[in-house]
Design a protein around this ligand. Structure first.
Ligand code: KG4
Ligand code: ZN
Length: 347
């Protein structure tokens, strides 16, 4: 039987990406990162759409060439339909639809959050079903139960900020550029995670909350670490605060990161124990965090879990995960019409 070859496009936020997969094996995964947002302290939707317009043709071209396949070898075009920034989604969606129409090949609409989970099915060593996945990105924090590739059930989510947002907001308060998550990760490597204690939220079930942590960090920095972190007292001058951050950056980053990780893993452990599931995955941009990867693996050893973490290139936004999801949807003949709408929300 011929191999199933899928070209996938991801454009939900600020990465323009194209990938090709053949029978579930990724042949190429190209990502064009949009540097334009760094100076604005966050993603500017209008600039993101324009950058996608600039990048999409060359990125697809390189991904296809690197895969060694020709346009006529493709069996389907997969694209991120939802959720994300609507202007960004529309660029990838329109490109995918045009290509599908021109080649007369089926179109596959992929949910970005499902794709983050299924990034764990890219390597040869795959989790057994049902597995649990902690998906932690810039916009979402979820615990998902995956019974088969196309059947996912969300059992917990954040009630306010996402884990990635918590990293990025903490970084912003520390005067670090966007996206701050990877920088906190770097500084934390040589810091003491026990130096400062940030509060743990009380949220029922498998849900999460990170907005209180942001506020705690805000007050902590305003007070230059002198008062209790959750008390609103302004004692430090701007200069004192800056000096305090400079002198303690590594310890602050390590302490913030350690609290975010403990919040995440506590809920994941609870879900795994309650549901009796031993195959556990993490996914999404924050799963690139070295502290989370280490703590998750160590906890897994202690609890007797089989733990899975995507390769770095498949943690942050990428089309490889869209391609693998497209492949499983192809196997179920789950195709979309050319009129399928891009949607900002979903899952
Ligand atoms: O999945 P993703 O690329 O995009 C969304 O779908 O949101 O996730 C982006 C998020 C950002 O908040 C970024 O700061 C965070 O992932 N991130 C990290 C690391 N790498 C990316 N957070 C902590 N440590 C990292 N190494
Ligand atoms: Zn994402």
């Amino acid at each position: 039987m011929n191999k199933i070859n899928i070209l996938a496009i991801e454009s939900s936020c600020d990465e323009t990406s194209a990938a090709v997969c053949s029978n579930g094996k990724i042949l190429s995964n190209r990502i064009a990162t949009q540097a334009v947002h760094a100076e604005h302290g966050g993603v500017v939707p209008e600039l993101a759409s324009r950058a996608h317009m600039q990048h999409i043709v060359p990125v697809v071209d390189v991904a296809l060439r690197q895969s060694g396949l020709q346009l006529e070898d493709l069996d389907a075009i997969a694209f991120t339909q939802a959720p994300g920034l609507i202007g960004s989604l529309l660029v990838g969606g329109q490109f995918a639809k045009s290509l599908s129409l021109a080649l007369n090949k089926p179109l596959i609409a992929v949910n970005h959050m499902q794709a983050h989970v299924l990034a764990n099915l890219i390597p040869d060593q795959k989790p057994a079903f049902p597995f649990l996945c902690l998906t932690v990105s810039g916009g979402h924090t979820q615990i998902v139960k995956c019974t088969r590739p196309t059947q996912l059930e969300m059992i917990g989510e954040t009630v306010d900020d996402a884990a990635g947002e918590a990293f990025d907001k903490a970084a912003k308060l520390l005067g670090l550029p966007y996206p701050g998550g990877p920088l906190i990760d770097q500084y934390a490597k040589t810091g003491n995670p026990h130096r400062f204690q940030f509060p743990e939220p009380r949220v029922p079930g498998y849900d999460f909350s990170f907005s209180g942590l942001k506020t705690a960090i805000l007050y902590f920095l305003r007070n230059a670490g002198t008062a209790q972190v959750y008390k609103e007292e302004f004692t430090a001058t701007e200069l004192e605060r800056k000096r305090f951050i400079d002198e303690n950056l590594n310890d602050i980053c390590a302490s913030v990161q350690s609290r975010i990780i403990s919040i995440l893993l506590k809920k994941l452990s609870k879900a795994a124990a309650d549901l009796g599931i031993k195959d556990l995955c993490i996914a999404g941009g924050v799963s690139a965090n070295s502290g989370l990867r280490k703590a998750f693996t160590e906890l897994g050893k202690e609890k007797g879990w089989n733990t899975f973490i995507p390769d770095f290139q498949y943690c942050t936004d990428n089309a490889g995960m869209i391609a693998i999801t497209g492949y499983y949807k192809y196997l179920e003949n789950d195709f979309a019409g050319l009129d399928v709408p891009s949607m900002a929300r979903g899952f």
